[in-house]
Ligand binder design. Structure first.
Ligand code: ADP
Ligand code: MG
Length: 320
């Protein structure tokens, strides 16, 4: 474990006990993020990205089994009392979601909601909180910020609402931003604007960010490092340039291939054939083997460990 990390996740496993069989959504994930660093957590839908993020704020249902350790800004997340945890949320760690509409309260104005967030964490007067809310709306470049603070969530477009959500997430000067597919629901042009905004704010405030996405292009755009998640396990991790120029895991190659076909002007996104495994019935060995063009019997025998292969880390027998 690196001691200079802002976020350190070590061997995290998360198992839900809802259905007939336990479902292990996250399976031995280790990840660290340095101060001021942006790490993309990249994977298909259902790979365990949101579950990993929610673990950092302990937002799982009560009967969820969580193993491993998580430290954020030196605090042991698993050991925090619920009081300490609610102090941490917002003030140290903030989260931005795919659907801001679900995270906001429809019956209060945006200004009111941001003020409440500030007052909950800091001893400021209502008018001081209102002044900060205005500054935040200016910071995230919402036009006519005074007027917009009086709006209710339904009066804003998706892009503007995501800006408001980002303003709220920064309200108490967090050190860590967890961004869970914050641009996925937006139009392509708005998506780029929001990505640029997050990058700009991240630099200005020196935030440590985990940016969750299913889009390798978005991951390459925003992050310093990429961790590729497949069926609850990290299969490859490294600096953006290394992952993009020299992907090693067949799954990462597949994700990049899909992207290249798209950039090549084809009208169809070529995806990796097959589907991710059922997490309640995981295959023996490498979880990607059933879809892997290079799979051999060796792959089905045991789960490959994440090992260092030159510039990145990869979990594949080819590099073991
Ligand atoms: P994604 O990578 O798309 O964000 P998630 O992390 O949301 O995927 O989900 C990973 C798996 O965990 C999925 O199979 C999902 O259905 C399951 N899951 C997530 N939350 C719960 C829960 N509270 N109870 C049971 N299963 C869950
Ligand atoms: Mg998700």
């Amino acid at each position: 474990m690196s001691s200079d990390a802002m976020i350190n996740i070590d061997n995290l496993s998360v198992t839900f006990n809802r259905g007939r069989k336990p479902l292990r959504a996250v399976n031995g994930v280790s990840l660290s993020v340095r101060p001021g660093e942006v790490v993309a957590l990249l994977g298909e839908s259902g790979s365990g990205k949101s579950v990993t993020m929610r673990s950092l704020l302990r937002l799982h249902p009560k009967d969820t089994k969580v193993d491993g350790s998580m430290f954020v800004d030196g605090q042991d997340i698993m050991g925090l009392s619920s009081r300490e945890l609610s102090d941490l949320r917002g003030a140290v760690v903030s989260m931005v979601f795919q659907e801001p509409r679900l995270a906001l309260d429809p019956v209060y104005t945006l200004g009111r909601q941001i003020e409440e967030t500030i007052i909950r964490h800091e001893s400021l007067s209502r008018s001081e909180a209102a002044a900060r809310a205005l500054a935040l709306f200016q910071k995230v470049k919402i036009p006519s910020p005074e007027r917009r603070l009086q709006n209710y969530p339904h009066e804003m477009s998706g892009g503007m609402l995501q800006r408001a959500m980002i303003a709220m997430s920064l309200a108490c000067n967090p050190k860590v931003l967890l961004a869970d597919e914050p641009t996925t629901a937006l139009d392509a042009t708005v998506q780029i604007q929001i990505l640029l905004l997050i990058r700009e704010l991240q630099k200005e405030y020196g935030l440590s960010v985990i940016f969750v996405t299913h889009d390798i292009g978005v991951a390459a755009e925003v992050s310093d490092r990429i961790a590729v998640l497949y069926a609850g396990r990290i299969v490859e991790e490294g600096k953006v340039a290394d992952i993009i120029r020299n992907p090693r895991h067949p799954y990462t190659k597949g994700l990049l291939g899909a992207r290249v076909e798209l950039a090549g002007g084809r009208d169809r996104l070529i995806t990796i054939p097959g589907a991710p495994p059922d997490l309640a019935n995981m295959p023996e060995g490498c979880a990607f083997a059933p879809r892997c063009p290079q799979a051999s019997d060796l792959c089905r025998a045991e789960v490959p460990r994440l090992v260092t292969a030159e510039t990145s880390k990869v979990a594949c027998v080819q590099y073991a």
